[in-house]
Ligand binder design. Structure first.
Ligand code: SF4
Ligand code: SF4
Length: 447
């Protein structure tokens, strides 16, 4: 590979079926359903899940988050990060083998199509090593065209989470969205067609730091070295030792030999487990390669789920989830902000009142078809004589409006120069209290 000293060794993993692969295909089907269907689903007229970057808005299952909800975004990111730590410490790289987009798309689309068009691994390898013939050319052309189509569909599905599926597929989305489809599509095509396992081995940051998250009780794909060695020999089949068929190596998409112990390249896809079980089942000794912990294999104990690190990660996850739920419960489904009108501190009106002018901005984040009416009150002004003028506010979902808020108070030299006030914006179900100050003019007032 360019930039690396060693020449790339192309991997031709043999096709394999088995109990773990059936479980993976079910997972892949569910993940595809989520990926393709979610951008088309609407809840109360809004997308079920969409990141609207130009409007700085996130639609998430009926709730609408804006830039004012940055704390929720922070909690969400922390929750995702600690979930990764928690599940990695328990189940190792199950994410890589069962849910990583690269693995899901390679095993769902690329490898089955490659097998259909070019044959299984031996035929494919032989043809690739041979000269360019008409047979090889048309197969490559068909394969790469299909891969390009898949990359396009996947890029569209991904960008739909930002631009909206209906807008994107009907051609109504902006130029930026289609440019992103082009960039992502090219990247996906390059990755699925050529880069493949090199992404896991050289680029994926998760593969690099996951060893810091695992210990002797983490679930890994491993070879039972005590039972399997020494390999081969006349009695291997009878006692269930490794019979050196190399099937576990042939099926590995990362090109490694699990019998050499845990390796960073292993993505826990369980193909070697199915391959070995398929071979060993015939001689009545399954489980030579299996999911298990290092300690379990050493005969120390069963898998310990409750360990200091899992308890710590679990506790942090629970704390973050509790904080998010508490904040969600207290959160008003609208944003409000008040600021003094630019260039205006206070004005002395001809009728003897002091006037302060503010700009009040309200954004309705409540999903639904109807408009929500907002009512504004001001607290902290002298009783009885203060006047508050603000237009009626009625906003549809995601609508924002900025209106002038004018407060007038009879001028008096007794008043302090600044009075702290609170502006209360009320919807039929919630209220938001904003703080501001009223400038009276103080000593400038001559009575
Ligand atoms: S060693 Fe087994 S589990 Fe690991 S990547 Fe290879 S086939 Fe998958
Ligand atoms: S598939 Fe099983 S029996 Fe065959 S070489 Fe691998 S570990 Fe040994």
């Amino acid at each position: 590979m360019i930039g690396f000293s060693a020449k790339r060794k192309w991997i031709y993993p043999q096709a394999i079926t088995g109990a773990w692969q059936r479980m993976r295909w079910l997972t892949f089907a569910a993940l595809h359903l989520i990926l393709f269907a979610t951008p088309w689903i609407t809840i109360n007229g809004n997308p079920a899940l969409r990141i609207d970057l130009p409007a700085r808005r996130l639609y998430a299952f009926g709730a609408i988050f804006t830039a004012a909800d940055t704390l929720f975004m922070l909690l969400l990111l922390l929750f995702l990060a600690f979930s990764l730590f928690f599940f990695t410490s328990l189940f190792g790289r199950l994410w890589c083998g069962f849910a990583c987009p690269q693995t899901v798309f390679l095993d769902s689309w690329i490898r089955p199509l490659e097998k259909l068009i070019e044959g299984d691994w031996v035929v494919r390898r032989k043809r690739d090593q041979g000269p360019w013939t008409l047979d090889k050319t048309w197969r490559k052309a068909v394969k790469w065209s299909l891969f390009a189509g898949i990359a396009f569909v996947l890029a569209m599905s991904f960008v739909a989470y930002f631009a909206g599926a209906r807008e994107l597929w009907s051609g109504e989305a902006g130029r930026t969205s289609y440019t992103l489809v082009g960039i992502f599509g090219t990247g996906i095509f390059f990755d699925l067609t050529w880069f493949r396992e090199q992404f896991c081995n050289y680029l994926c940051p998760y593969a690099r730091f996951q060893s810091a998250l695992t210990d002797g009780d983490t679930l890994l794909v491993q070879y039972d070295i005590t039972r399997g060695e020494p390999r081969g020999g006349a009695s291997a089949k009878e006692v269930g030792r490794c019979i050196e068929c190399n099937k576990c190596v042939f099926v590995c998409p990362q090109g490694i030999d699990i019998r050499q112990g845990f390796q960073l390249e292993c993505i826990a896809c369980a193909r070697c487990i199915d391959a070995c079980d398929m071979v060993m089942e015939k001689v009545g000794h399954k489980g030579l390669v299996s999911f298990g912990s290092e300690n379990q294999l050493k005969g120390k104990q069963g898998v310990r789920r409750l360990r200091p690190r899992t308890v710590a990660y679990g506790g942090l996850l629970t704390g973050i989830a509790a904080a998010a739920v508490t904040l969600m419960t207290a959160r008003a489904p609208f944003d409000a902000a008040v600021q003094r009108a630019p260039g205006s501190l206070f004005t002395m009106d001809a009728d003897g009142y002091v006037r302060n002018t503010y700009l009040l901005r309200v954004t309705n984040k409540q999903a639904g078809d109807g408009a929500v009416a907002f009512h504004v009150e001001v607290d902290g002004l002298p009783e009885g004589s203060a006047q508050v003028m603000v237009p009626d506010l009625s906003l549809k979902t995601t609508e924002s409006q900025t209106v002038p808020l004018i407060i007038r108070v009879p001028a008096s030299s007794d008043m302090p120069r600044t009075i702290p006030i609170s502006v209360e914006v009320k919807s039929p179900t919630n209220e938001v209290r904003l703080t501001a100050t009223f400038k009276t003019g103080g000593q400038l007032v001559v009575e």
